[in-house]
Design a protein around this ligand. Sequence first.
Ligand SMILES: Nc1ncnc2c1ncn2[C@@H]1O[C@H](COP(=O)(O)OP(=O)(O)O)[C@@H](O)[C@H]1O
Ligand SMILES: N[C@@H](CCOP(=O)(O)O)C(=O)O
Length: 342
Amino acid sequence: MAVYTDVSDEALRAFLSAYDIGALTAFRGIAEGVENSNFVLRTTGGTTGGAAGNAKGGVAGSDFILTLYERRVNPEDLPWFLGLMGYLSDHGLSCPRPVAARDGAALRVLAGRPAAITTFLPGVWPRAVTEAHCGPVGAALARLHLAGQGYDAVRPNALGPGSWPGLLDSCRRDGDSVQPGLVAELDAALAEILPAWPAPGALPRGQIHADLFPDNVFFLDGAVSGIIDFYFACTDILAYDVAICLNAWCFDAQGRFDAARSRALIAGYESVRPLGEAERAALPVLAAGAAMRFLLTRLYDWVNTPAGAMVTRKDPLDYLPRLRFHRAASAGALPGAADHGF
Ligand SMILES: Nc1ncnc2c1ncn2[C@@H]1O[C@H](COP(=O)(O)OP(=O)(O)O)[C@@H](O)[C@H]1O
Ligand SMILES: N[C@@H](CCOP(=O)(O)O)C(=O)O
């Protein structure tokens, strides 16, 4: 469920009158997604200052995405996110491009929420990940990292290691209701991960996506056709983004690590941006931290979301086998680790 805010016909008409994207011919809510309310708009097309891609040149029939920003997105961060998407799109990455209205502003207000229109990307996200997806996704991530190099504005990672103890504290009372002993296990894992975290400046940094899960990557004919959902993007360690991807793409539904997928993902990444020795050496701890980050935000939502709230909760325990795997790898306790690709 990801239409949290209803948009009346009247409010939509008034909102769209600020744009030059043609007349509305279709409008529907999108059920997928977790954070924001998303709608597909189809218009007769048109020209608009600052718009790009399919909005240019009066093309008949253009699709757009209308997003109303909800819950975890801080409105103050929106200019940074939209700026990054515009920059990456200008630098060759297939990602949603913010569409400016006639007055030049892409970030507006609709139904009492911050709102923006972006270009629609073709393709479908993979429901069943295979090894064949992992090379292209690794290469796309590396292209994102390179394309982001000239975007100078810094956005610290609000969900980085500094936030994890506080997140765990806010789950301390109810965390064990999800699984007995979970809080103690996370305490022990944090006590290992935090002191081993790479020191500031030790590894290359830049703009990272920070949520490149399969539902945020579209494929068409076996190739990546687009990357969406930049609302966790931030300035952080590039190899940490690789670690997030390893967790999201290279474990099966039972939480078992798939070494072939991992090798393909790393090889795809390195076909565009080779990892340095220090980055490669840090991957096990970065991946343990990445598992901790998603386990904690999911656990937080699980124990702090009132029953009946319009929020899609994801299972925190999906991330426990990943965390255990990487802790064992960091401790050098995994046979065949050299075969994993990192
Ligand atoms: N630019 C886009 N082009 C095509 N579809 C999109 C685009 N942006 C979002 N979508 C659709 O909306 C869904 C939810 O988007 P997402 O950004 O993941 O939402 P949320 O931020 O709420 O998690 C996607 O799975 C996709 O179907
Ligand atoms: N990818 C996160 C949840 C964020 O959801 P998204 O729909 O914005 O990608 C998780 O799996 O915990």
